[in-house]
Design a protein around this ligand. Sequence first.
Ligand code: SF4
Ligand code: SF4
Length: 605
Amino acid sequence: MNTRDLQMFPEGGGWLLVEFGAETREEARQQAAGMIRELEGKEHVTGSKLFSDSAEETRIWEIRESGLGATARVPTEPDTWPGWEDSAVAPEHLGDYLREMRTLLNRYEYDGAFYGHFGQGCLHTRITFDLKTRAGIEKYRRFVGEAADLVLRYDGSYSGEHGDGQSRAELLPKMYGPELCEAFREFKSIWDPDNRMNPGKVVAPYPITSNLRLGADFRPAHPTTHFQFPDDEYSFSRASLRCVGVGKCRREDGGTMCPSYMVTRDEKHSTRGRAHLLFEMLQGDVISDGWRDEAVKESLDLCLACKGCKGDCPINVDLATYKAEFLSHYYAGRLRPVTAYSMGLIYWWARLASIAPRFVNTLMDTPVISSIPKRLGGIAAEREIPAFAVTSFRERFRQRKPRNVRGQTVILWPDTFNNFFHPETAEAAVEVLEAGGFHVKLPDSMLCCGRPLYDFGMLHLAKRQLRQIMDALRTEIEAGTCIVGLEPSCVATFRDELGNLFPRDEVASKLKRQTFLFSEFVHQHADKFDFPHLERRALVHGHCHHKSILGMEAEEKLFEQLGIEYDVVDSGCCGMAGSFGFEREKYDVSIACGERALLPAVREA
Ligand code: SF4
Ligand code: SF4
């Protein structure tokens, strides 16, 4: 969904995107302007707009590509399904075809938004078929038959862009005639006499209404879960139905989704493969071991929990959340792998190490000694354990005098990494916020959002951490104080997981609304800051949770304001993904993710 960018469109209830190509940009612009003049005042044309900036063009096409996601699941409206999603007629007949198709839909009391490639006469739509009852399935079958007759009256095709497959193959004799269909059969049998290649599709097809994903016997399990899935009617089972199978997660580069597929090229390590396995797990037919199933576990193992799918998938499949939920049940009542304790509990280890950080650092600098905790903790030998700060950020902050005590109060979130490893980053953030006149405070007690726990499905503990935060900050949250975070993963926990774990909790929803990434907060209060002009160049890698949950717009605006010329690397996920890159078994995949785009770009910079 691209609701933000929708405002770019002129007023209207439907939009036609027309692209002009020419020798020069000016020539193309003139052609477009000519068409807009021609259309002015025509019936049904409520407005037109010309986009000639390539960044805007990209955003416009992204809106078009969101058509599927935007229409598959509209809150409070019935779900829509494929079944008549790819028909095509000659472009000059498209208007008439669309009108007749709408009449047909109305007669069947179905609905479905139209989108597609109208220049080629191709119509995509998802329709509100009832595919869960016998009567609904029969009605769907009758509709498809009538839709086929309609498209054939226009000499069109059932499938303009994609294949016919089982959902339309039964109708092929109507389009090609029995003689040609017999020729298809004979031709296939020459190459595949035992009918082993893709049986039941095109030749001797299975009936349209067989092998439906839902069907009249669709009775998925409805297990009790930690996450509440408010966007899926509070049902994990419904969340597992999200994937519509278009396979955007199988692209081989570009965007964040899906790093594990990009480096393995294996369906079981793609968002789609995982989503379908979870769906099958709840169905219980093919996968019968439920939460303890090893095949599902194996498929989720290489998921980096980067949330690329939540941001990039047209239906926002959120595999990181499903993985955390699965692991919490898979490990219920049994020991987790050693990495869950060595890295999932990093907040507690860091607190312990902060008692004697110099001593711990000396040990970690000694190769023979440092190899022991690495070996015991399941950490890759190639990775270096970062050094602990001698004085934590909280301690350094405690030693400063409070400033701007009459200014607006903000709470700076002292995350585990900035607090125990990189206090200078948090100190710089304090300096900036104070330069804007803000009174910076830290939470009175030591807290952790629990982000590392999600990777290992330690959701009881994760919920406890969030509950502790809401109790500790209740007064400030209720007073509307903003919480500013530096680590995108922590901010993403408040903006994403928190609402999913406590969807009906008023304090949780306030905390979610009042938490900002440092860049967002500074951008929102830009009038309070005196920005220096830096005139520098930067190569920017967006953190994957940052890109998928928070968006990088605030950074981009601030870079421009600071006079920084920047290039955003299309790096997807860097491969570290919390503790993922540190884990011995995941090291190779992690490096492959980094080497895909980010590491070469950094070397070249
Ligand atoms: S969270 Fe990342 S790695 Fe996991 S399925 Fe989604 S995109 Fe792929
Ligand atoms: S460090 Fe890389 S993997 Fe981690 S969260 Fe960042 S971009 Fe994703």
